[in-house]
Design a binder for this molecule. Sequence first.
Ligand SMILES: [Zn+2]
Ligand SMILES: [Zn+2]
Length: 474
Amino acid sequence: MFELVLRGDCVVTPEGVEACDIGIAGGKITAVAERGSLTGTRVIDLAGRIVMPGGIDPHVHCDWPMPSGDGGAPAMTEPAAVVSRAAIHGGTTMMIDFVRCIEGDSVADAIARRDAGWKGACHVDYAFHLMVEGDIAPVTLEQVAAAIRGGHPTVKIFTTDITPSRKGRMVDFGDIWEVFQVIAANRGLGVIHAEDNDIVMHMYAKLFREGRTSFVNMAEVHNALSEDLSFRRVIRLAESVRGTALYMPHTSAATGVAAIREARARGVPIYGESLHQYMLYNAEDYKKPNGQIFHTYPSLKSPSDQAALWGGTLDGVINCIATDELCCTLAQKTRGVRIDDTTGGNAGVEPRVALMYTEMVGRRGYSLRRFVDLVSTNAAKIMGMYPRKGAIAVGADADICVLDPTRRRVITAADLHETDYTPWEGWEAHAWPCLTLLRGKVVMQDGVLTGDLADGQWVARTIDPAIIAGPVPL
Ligand SMILES: [Zn+2]
Ligand SMILES: [Zn+2]
């Protein structure tokens, strides 16, 4: 007798799609058996629904500073409480955010402060990437090493200041070389925001000189050549430090896709992420009313870049589709109007799973298995959480998203739980989550939140040695 049995006829398991019962006890999946064979205190019949592991968004920024625009104190984006509530409604049960290691007295202190902001204040399970910035002191390297071993194995590094006003983000190649040695020695994973700072800053200066400062020109600044040069330079550096594995977040251009593909062919352990808006919007969309709402750094690119990103999802080069969530109001998102002051990030954690189901399974004929890999399972595998997360299998956390494919709906901000706008306004979703479980607890059913802010727990992570040893086919 199980606490809860989910009775499905379309369950996405590691093997494929099956009709089966899922037995749940103590927050875990304790049995996956022939449909109709398990008995439970509570049985939920999910015939006609798609039962999949909960979505995992490996790239969000909650409670994150945004430039104020007037030189004053930065406004903060919505906290985990708000973003995770939206996530739960959208079938996402795990998010990975960031800790800025420059804050506080030490890396451990920065982690503790960040975690204090989430504990008891988050509806979903969570983890943090370490983010190192600027000049990196030897003592910081030692602290990063300890944090990697302590369950925070992913380290974000910027190769650019992004905009002229954000000086101090960029880590120079000497320091990145040092960080890579720490990552390799401690079995971490480098998460690299790779843009060529010389090209980006040159283009800012050039466009300012020419008076073309509108954000609609963003793709000329954060351009495909920058991605090409920077990805390849980062990859070469990583190849020189044996055991350095890389994850390339927000890959936006065909050049980036090609660099990852070629590196994988050489045996480099490298994995690619793109973002929902890069897949579905391009630089022409900046010209729409409030075109800033589609923007995230680096930038939207061309239709041929989008085609390359989609191609990458089919041959294992683009492994995860994230949001780069920065949840703020429309007024905040559209306050910046220039190439150097437009806010990055996006509101999308709620519609991400349904939108990607629609675009992948509904419009492009992807298998359910590949769709689930791209929105959940691969992130768990790459980020050191598999098979605890990202799998409907015995022993896994009972984190489950149930999609109702009979529930077509047009996405509109008023129906979502994030903010007062959505970049997906008017998009029709071919399915919508009707049930979300977090570690066996029903936290959302038929659009009604039944979980609470104490549900979310920090998840300690360890990168699978296979992920580091070579490019695992995903
Ligand atoms: Zn970034
Ligand atoms: Zn980001």
